[in-house]
Design a protein around this ligand. Sequence first.
Ligand SMILES: *[C@@H]1O[C@H](CO)[C@@H](O)[C@H](O)[C@H]1NC(C)=O
Ligand SMILES: *[C@@H]1O[C@H](CO)[C@@H](O)[C@H](O)[C@H]1NC(C)=O
Ligand SMILES: *[C@@H]1O[C@H](CO)[C@@H](O)[C@H](O)[C@H]1NC(C)=O
Length: 209
Amino acid sequence: MKNLVALLLLSLLYLHGTTSLAEDINSDAETLPAFCTSYKCPRYQLIKKYEKFEHRIYNATNWVTTSLKLDFLGIGLAKSFKRLLDYINGKNSEGLVMKMTVPVRIKVPRSDILSTNATMSFFVPPAVDTLPTPLNPDIYVEQLPEISVYVRSFGGYALNSDYEKQAKILVEELEALELSYNSSYGTAAGYNDPLTFFNRHNEVWYMAL
Ligand SMILES: *[C@@H]1O[C@H](CO)[C@@H](O)[C@H](O)[C@H]1NC(C)=O
Ligand SMILES: *[C@@H]1O[C@H](CO)[C@@H](O)[C@H](O)[C@H]1NC(C)=O
Ligand SMILES: *[C@@H]1O[C@H](CO)[C@@H](O)[C@H](O)[C@H]1NC(C)=O
C-alpha cells in the first residue's frame, strides 16, 4: 500500500514531466540501448556478459544531482524527483527547458540504509555542453569521469525492496567470482515511467574496482 502511494506520486510527477518531452524521439539515429526506449541515455561499452550481470564501461557523463531522503512512504523520492524535474523544466539560470532522460539514478550509501545521504540524479545528454546553473541550492551538476561498473538488470515494477533484493544477488555473484567492487554505495537505475506496463527495465550497479 505504501509503495502504491509512492508509485502513484511518481506517476503524477512523470505525467507532468512528459509534457515537455513530446518531441523527444531519438531523431538523430544514435544507437542507444533499446531499453532506453525513446529517451536519451548514456552509451556504454559492454566489457563482459556474465550469467547474472554484466560489466560495462561508461564514457564520461554529466548528471544533475540532488539530495534524497529515503523513507517508507516514498515521499523523499517524490520530492527529489520534483526538484530535478523543476530544474529541467526551466527553474535554472537560463530558463532553459531540457528533455527528460533516463536513467533516473539513485545512489545509496551502504553504511546508511535509511539514509540521510542518498542522492537522486538525472542524466544529462552530451549535446548539452553548458548546463545552466540550478536556482535551487540543493541541486548540483556532477561531472563523472569514465566509470567501470557491474550491472544487474531486471524487469517489472521495481519497488525499493526489489532493488535491495537484486543488489544482494549482484553482491553475492561478485563475491563468488572474487571481483572487487566498491561496497561503500549501491546504485539503482530506473528507465521507465510508471505508465509503461511492458518491457520495463531496471538496474542495480556497483562500481568495479
Ligand atoms: C567513448 O569515448 C571515446 C573517446 O572519446 C569514443 O571514441 C567512443 O566512441 C565513446 N564510446 C561510446 C560508447 O560513446
Ligand atoms: C551525510 O552528509 C553530511 C553532510 O554532507 C555529512 O556531514 C555526514 O557525515 C554524512 N553522513 C554519512 C553517514 O555519510
Ligand atoms: C568508494 O566510493 C566512495 C564514495 O564515492 C569513495 O569515497 C571511495 O574512495 C571509493 N573506494 C574506492 C576503493 O575507490
